[in-house]
Design a protein around this ligand. Structure first.
Ligand SMILES: [Mg+2]
Length: 391
């Protein structure tokens, strides 16, 4: 079965670019970032442009009219790359040519790609191709990549209210860190107070984690981890900028016993993750399947992680990661982003862009909800797509 056409669209307001929220939302409420040292960009991540890209939707149509699609972050730049550069490697190729197409997309963009938005675009195409192959074969993606190793998935919740997440059946809650090095000792104290307060609400057995979104330095990270260990912090996530592999290695060496160092949300490809493993930077990696190179690359990253005894718990990314997590022994639970503005109820992660997007019920998901061809979701026709480029 040959591929007839590749199309790239842009859509605003939630979706894969989940930071693109219009109303007041915990995800934009004073979260510490590498930009927090600038007073004018401290309060809101949207103020420095975290939602500037928007969502990219890639559609791939086969000659029989079957359409596969996927969504990621990449917006208009991503759409340009897909239409003007990557589409040529797909149109006329067979829907099963997944390895060859990935290799051609990656190598042809090496001179301006390797990481970032180019890899987001490659990921979007790769995921749409898996969706198309599943629809052509009438099989869910998880059955094409080895099959499920468990019937049920457990989730932890990322958001401002781990106490409510516990009531909703999640196994843990990950708080966004709110204060960083620029806020000095007082900020550090406030971070620990937040953790202590949450610990008193959820009890001893519920996981609590801090997501630091690349905002700290090594010294601050070690101080935070030591103070937080008293309150049973399970892991410290993305404490340092992603390029500081040396800092991560030192952080891991100095972390309190029993606490994990996690990172990789903004890392890409098997070569990027190889750096994390070679330098023993972390205990658990968090690749985003929509950013790291797609499912084809995530399978390779995961095999590499397995050989280094590292866990793989992908960052968010909804159905695109669920199909993967169900099939890997070294991926024992999954992340769920609480996209309700007050983190007080479970809503689909890519709301409102996808129809049939499964959500955890009582913090769990059964494999049967994924038993639909491809990734098993549809685009919501109420969301307005625009196609800024053609080829
Ligand atoms: Mg994170």
């Amino acid at each position: 079965m040959q591929i007839k056409e590749v199309r790239a669209f842009v859509v605003r307001g939630g979706g894969a670019d989940y930071h693109d929220q219009t109303e007041a939302h915990w995800i934009d409420d004073h979260i510490c970032t590498p930009m927090s040292k600038y007073e004018e960009y401290k309060k809101s991540r949207k103020s420095f442009g975290i939602n500037v890209l928007g969502t990219l939707v890639v559609e791939i149509e086969a000659v029989d009219g079957t359409v596969g699609f996927a969504v990621t972050t990449g917006g208009e730049i991503g759409a340009f790359i897909v239409e003007k550069h990557l589409a040529r490697f797909l149109e006329g190729a067979d829907v099963t040519d997944i390895e060859k197409i990935w290799d051609q997309m990656f190598n042809s963009t090496l001179y301006y790609g390797r990481k970032g938005v180019v890899l987001n675009a490659i990921s979007g195409v790769d995921l749409a191709l898996w969706d198309l192959l599943g629809k052509v074969r009438n099989e869910p993606v998880h059955k094409m990549i080895g099959g499920a190793v468990r019937d049920e998935l457990k989730f932890y919740a990322t958001g401002a209210r781990p106490d409510l997440a516990k009531e909703m059946g999640f196994i843990g809650g990950k708080l966004p860190l709110q204060w960083g090095p620029a806020d000095g000792e007082e900020g550090l104290k406030k971070n620990i107070e937040t953790l202590a307060n949450m610990r008193s609400k959820v009890g001893d057995d519920f996981w609590l984690m801090f997501d630091c979104w690349m905002s700290l330095d090594l010294n601050y990270s070690i101080k935070l981890a030591k103070a937080a260990s008293e309150y049973g912090l399970k892991w410290i996530e993305e404490a340092l900028p992603p390029d500081d592999y040396w800092g991560y290695a030192e952080l891991r060496e100095n972390i309190p016993k029993g606490m994990m160092v996690t990172t990789g949300e903004h890392e890409a490809t098997r070569w990027g993750f190889r750096m994390l493993f070679d330098k023993n930077c972390c205990d658990l990696i968090q690749p985003d399947v929509g950013w790291c190179g797609g499912l084809t690359e995530l399978l390779k990253i995961s095999a590499l992680a397995d050989a280094h005894n590292k866990l793989v718990v992908p960052h968010g990314s909804s159905v695109y990661s669920y199909h993967f997590v169900f099939t890997r022994q070294n991926s024992p639970f999954a992340e769920f982003l609480m996209m309700a503005p007050n983190a007080d109820k479970v809503v689909p992660m890519f709301n409102p862009l996808l129809l049939d997007e499964p959500i955890p019920v009582n913090g769990r998901m059964h494999i049967s909800v994924l038993d639909k061809p491809g990734f098993g979701v549809r685009l919501n026709p109420a969301c307005e797509l625009s196609r800024p480029y053609t080829h």
